[in-house]
Design a protein around this ligand. Structure first.
Ligand SMILES: CC(=O)N[C@H]1[C@@H](OP(=O)(O)OP(=O)(O)OC[C@H]2O[C@@H](n3ccc(=O)[nH]c3=O)[C@H](O)[C@@H]2O)O[C@H](CO)[C@@H](O)[C@@H]1O
Length: 369
């Protein structure tokens, strides 16, 4: 069978697509996958790097743009629709899955026009523009969180969770037997590892707050190990700030092997993108979320609140973020291994590890029915 995965833009949309591709390809050596995305999205680098084929189309957002921007975006989308039809006619997929992001809209619309079974996956508590427009048009909508159920027709929606890549799922297998993560508390005296990252692009506000927190963190008496993913723009500056503060850290713009970093972490400080949340819960990690306040409809805050109401994480809003506050929360957690352990267990209890499997089962069942 042949599957097209459309969309991306950011890692949060793309990586669940890669997780579905991995699952689909594992079912038969004859299966084929093609990704369709845009030139400026993360897919243009990450898809070839992961060994998949990618077709580029034109697509752009129109939300929040002036009338010229809307017109330009509309024209790009129409062009993207024509390109999608051509790519789908050539590749002849049995199934098309839109994973959100601008490019998913023209491709899923084209699939619908060509009567190819088409599906969408929504990662967030509040759906993005493409998935809202496709909600009523697609054959089936897979969702990550119960909170988004009301945006989709009842007979089309299926709660699956957010598909996780094998590098993340592999952690459960390697860390502990029988699918459970290892909840051992690090032995006294071993360094406390903080993993800071700001979603697939890095987060300037988290970067600067963490640097401002360093003098306060230095004062406490636990040995710290820090890995800090900054995004491309801030890397040099943040690296220099750690050196100036005399705090050893691995500072890097992007991390390819996220599973390795998750495995080492005693505490994760990060944005509350939907895929980040799916991953950190699957790894059963103590997490302090700092939601991106400008995400569409404040959906990152909603994503984090879904966990917060189950006491499975901590959350700091950007308007209350300062170096001192951040250090205070981190130090409290360092000192309270019981609270961390409880948070980890609650987080893990909310994880869904079988989303990719369910989605591939459903898509193949519906298109062979
Ligand atoms: C600013 C913005 O609009 N962000 C959105 C975007 O976030 P973003 O792209 O940051 O997505 P997420 O936080 O959900 O996921 C990040 C993904 O990137 C991976 N990763 C991250 C850092 C790194 O160095 N290496 C790496 O591989 C993570 O393992 C994860 O798979 O998509 C998410 C899913 O729709 C939304 O919830 C976010 O609100």
């Amino acid at each position: 069978m042949k599957l097209v995965i459309a969309g991306g833009g950011t890692g949060g949309h793309l990586f669940p697509g890669i997780a579905v591709a991995e699952e689909f390809l594992s079912r038969s050596s004859e299966n084929e996958v093609l990704f369709i995305g845009t030139e400026r999205g993360i897919e243009s680098r990450a898809v070839p790097a992961a060994g998949y084929r990618l077709e580029i189309i034109s697509a752009a957002g129109i939300r929040g743009k002036g009338s010229f921007g809307k017109l330009k975006g509309g024209i790009q989308m129409l062009y993207g629709y024509a390109q999608s039809r051509r790519v789908l006619r050539e590749f002849q997929p049995d199934i098309v899955l839109g994973v959100g992001g601008y490019a998913s809209l023209p491709v899923v619309m084209a699939a619908r026009g060509l009567q190819i079974p088409n599906f969408i996956h929504e990662q967030n508590a509040i759906p993005g523009m493409s998935n809202r427009l496709l909600a009523r048009l697609t054959d089936r909508a897979f969702i990550t969180l119960e909170e988004s159920i009301r945006y989709f027709p009842e007979q089309k929606v299926l709660l699956t969770g957010n598909p996780l890549r094998r590098q993340i799922l592999g952690m459960q297998k390697s860390e502990a037997a029988e699918g459970a993560v290892d909840f051992l508390v690090p032995s006294p005296g071993s360094p406390f590892h903080i993993f800071v990252f700001g979603g697939s692009q890095g987060a300037h506000a988290i970067n600067t707050a963490m640097v401002a927190a360093l003098p306060f963190l230095k004062k406490q008496d636990t040995d710290l190990e820090i890995t800090h993913q900054t995004g491309e723009k801030d890397c040099e500056e943040i690296s220099a700030a750690y050196r100036a503060a005399g705090v050893a850290a691995r500072v890097t713009p992007f991390i390819s092997d996220m599973a390795a970093e998750y495995a080492k972490a005693d505490l994760i400080v990060c944005r509350a993108g939907a895929t980040t949340i799916a991953e950190v819960t699957a790894c059963g990690k103590a997490c302090l979320f700092i939601p991106f306040p400008h995400a569409v409809d404040d959906h990152q805050r909603r994503n984090a609140e879904a966990l917060l109401k189950k006491e499975a994480c901590l959350m700091l809003l950007e308007q209350e973020l300062s170096g001192e506050k951040l250090a205070e929360v981190i130090v409290e957690l360092i000192k309270d291994p019981k609270a961390r352990l409880r948070m980890r267990q609650l987080a893990f209890s909310l994880a869904r590890l079988d989303a990719a499997k369910i989605i591939v089962d459903e898509m193949t069942r519906e298109c062979t029915a």
